[in-house]
Design a binder for this molecule. Structure first.
Ligand code: ATP
Ligand code: MG
Length: 417
C-alpha cells in the first residue's frame, strides 16, 4: 500500500489528554480515532493489526475444535431476566427502551444467549461435548474507560462457550483451552501468566486469568518468577516477599498486570434457567455443564503497544505488524528514485510480502524516519540517492540500531524467507 493513499496522517505530537501509552501512540500514529472515552474507530493501520490479532485467535480456537458463530449485540430483556442478570448487571449493561416500550440490553457477554440457542443443538449425551466461539462487539458501561484500547465501553471480545455432560469433561476441555490460550499470547510476543482468580458469582473453584505485566494494567498479581505461580491479589492474603506456595526456591513479588483473557467453569448456572438439558444413556435428564473463555481483542492490541515500544514509538512483533516492510523513498522524488523504489515495491508485493511504501512528496528524511519509528513496522528499507549510487538498498530492523546494505537480490531473498 502506498502511504500517500492512506486515510489519515500521523500527528506531530502525542495527544495531551491521554495518559496510557497505547492511547498516545496509537492516536499519534493514526491507528485509532477516539470518538469518546472508551469508544474508538480503527483506521487502516490499526484495522490491519486487529485483523492479524483476530486471525491468530481464530487459528488457535479452530485448532481446539471449536466452530465460529456470530451472536447479536441487541438482546431482549427476557433473555437476561431468566438468570437474574437484567438486575444483576444493570450497572454495566446499556439498557434501552423503544418507542413502543419494549426493553433491550446491549450484550456485555453472551452466556444467556448461547445457552438459549444451544437448546436446539444439544438433546442427548451423544451431542456432547461441544463448543462454539465468536469474535463480537461487547458493550459495557465501564466507569473508568480511560486507558485507550485497554478498557473500552464498546470493545471486541473473543468469547467461547463449551458444553459438557459433567465436570470431568469440562475439566479436560478447560485444560486444553488453557494451552490454546498460552499459544495465542505467545504468538503475539506476549508473556501471559496463568493466574488463579476468583470463580466470581459463577463457581466456587478458581477461574484463571491470563495476565501480562505492564504498569498500564489495573490488576495486582502475586507472582513467583522461579516457577511462574501466579495468584490475583484479590483472592490471597499473601504479601510480597512471602515464600512461594508452589515451589521451594521462589519468593512472591507483587506485579501490576493487565488481564488479556480468562477462563471460567460455569457449572449449570446458565443452562438450568433455560432448561438446556441432555438425556443420559438411561434417558434421565440433567442440566448441561458449561464453561466460558474470553479474550480481549482490542485489549490485546493495546497491551502489545504497552509492552513493545521505545521512546520513538511502537515496535510491532512480526505476527501482528500492520505491514512486514516499510519502504521509504528519501530525498527529492526524482524520476530515478521513484522508478527504483516502485520497482522494489512491485517485486516485494508480487512475492506476497506486505509493504507500506512511503512515496510521499515534500517530506524530509527526518520526518519519514520519525513516522517509520512511530508506526513501528518491524523492517525498514531505504532507497535514496546515496543507496542508488551503490546499487543497493538499506535494511534496518525496528528493534536494532545497525542498518545493513543489500543488493535487490539479497534483499528479496532475505525478506522472502
Ligand atoms: P476486567 O476484570 O478487566 O474488567 P472482566 O473480568 O470483566 O475484565 P471478562 O468479562 O471475563 O472480563 O471478559 C473477557 C476478556 O475481555 C477479559 O479478559 C479482557 O481481556 C476483555 N475485556 C473485558 N472488559 C473489557 C473492556 N472494558 N475493554 C476491553 N477489553 C475488555
Ligand atoms: Mg476479570
Amino acid at each position: 500500500m502506498k502511504q500517500s493513499e492512506l486515510f489519515l496522517k500521523t500527528q506531530k505530537e502525542f495527544p495531551k489528554d491521554e495518559v496510557a501509552y497505547n492511547a498516545k501512540a496509537l492516536t499519534r500514529g493514526n491507528f485509532i480515532y477516539k470518538l469518546m472515552a472508551g469508544v474508538h474507530a480503527y483506521l487502516p493501520l490499526g484495522f490491519r493489526v486487529r485483523t492479524k490479532v483476530e486471525r491468530i485467535i481464530r487459528e488457535e480456537m479452530n485448532a481446539l475444535g471449536s466452530a465460529e458463530v456470530l451472536m447479536p449485540a441487541l438482546h431482549p430483556k427476557a433473555s437476561w431476566e431468566r438468570t437474574g442478570r437484567w438486575e444483576g448487571l444493570k450497572k454495566i449493561m446499556y439498557r434501552l427502551k423503544d418507542e413502543a416500550g419494549h426493553e433491550f440490553g446491549l450484550g456485555p457477554t453472551h452466556e444467556e444467549i448461547v445457552a438459549e440457542l444451544a437448546r436446539f443443538e444439544i438433546f442427548s449425551y451423544e451431542d456432547l461435548p461441544k463448543s462454539v466461539y465468536q469474535i463480537q462487539t461487547k458493550f459495557r458501561n465501564e466507569p473508568r474507560a480511560k486507558s485507550g484500547l485497554l478498557r473500552g465501553r464498546e470493545f471486541s471480545m473473543k468469547d467461547l462457550y463449551s458444553f459438557h455432560t459433567d465436570e470431568d469433561s469440562l475439566a479436560e476441555f478447560y485444560e486444553r483451552a488453557k494451552e490454546a490460550y498460552k499459544k495465542v499470547f505467545a504468538r503475539m510476543g506476549l508473556t501471559a501468566y496463568v493466574t488463579e482468580a476468583s470463580g466470581g458469582d459463577f463457581s466456587k473453584q478458581f477461574s484463571h486469568e491470563f495476565m501480562v505485566e505492564t504498569e498500564a494494567g489495573e490488576d495486582e498479581v502475586m507472582l513467583c518468577r522461579a516457577c511462574q505461580f501466579a495468584q490475583n491479589r484479590e483472592i490471597t492474603a499473601a504479601k510480597a516477599g512471602d515464600k512461594c506456595p508452589s515451589c521451594t526456591k521462589g519468593k512472591l513479588e507483587s506485579v501490576t498486570c493487565v488481564e488479556v483473557g480468562n477462563i471460567f467453569k460455569l457449572g449449570t448456572k446458565f443452562s438450568s434457567p433455560v432448561k438446556l438439558h441432555y438425556k443420559d444413556n438411561k434417558g434421565e435428564e440433567h442440566p448441561v455443564v458449561m464453561g466460558s473463555y474470553g479474550i480481549g481483542v482490542d485489549r490485546l492490541v493495546g497491551t502489545i503497544v504497552e509492552v513493545s515500544h521505545d521512546d520513538k514509538g511502537i515496535i510491532w512483533p512480526e505476527s501482528v505488524a500492520p505491514f512486514a516492510v516499510h519502504l521509504l523513498a528519501l530525498g527529492a522524488m526524482t524520476p530515478d528514485l521513484k522508478k527504483t523504489a516502485e520497482a522494489l515495491y512491485t517485486t516485494l508485493e508480487a512475492k506476497g510480502i506486505e509493504v507500506l511504501y512511503d512515496d510521499r512528496e515534500g517530506l524530509s528524511a527526518g520526518e519519514k524516519f520519525n513516522d517509520a519509528d512511530l508506526i513501528g513496522i518491524p523492517l525498514r528499507v531505504v532507497v535514496s540517492g546515496k543507496t542508488m549510487e551503490q546499487g543497493k538498498f538499506e535494511l534496518k530492523r525496528r528493534n536494532e540500531k545497525e542498518a545493513r546494505m543489500m543488493t535487490e537480490k539479497e534483499l528479496v531473498a532475505y525478506l522472502a524467507k
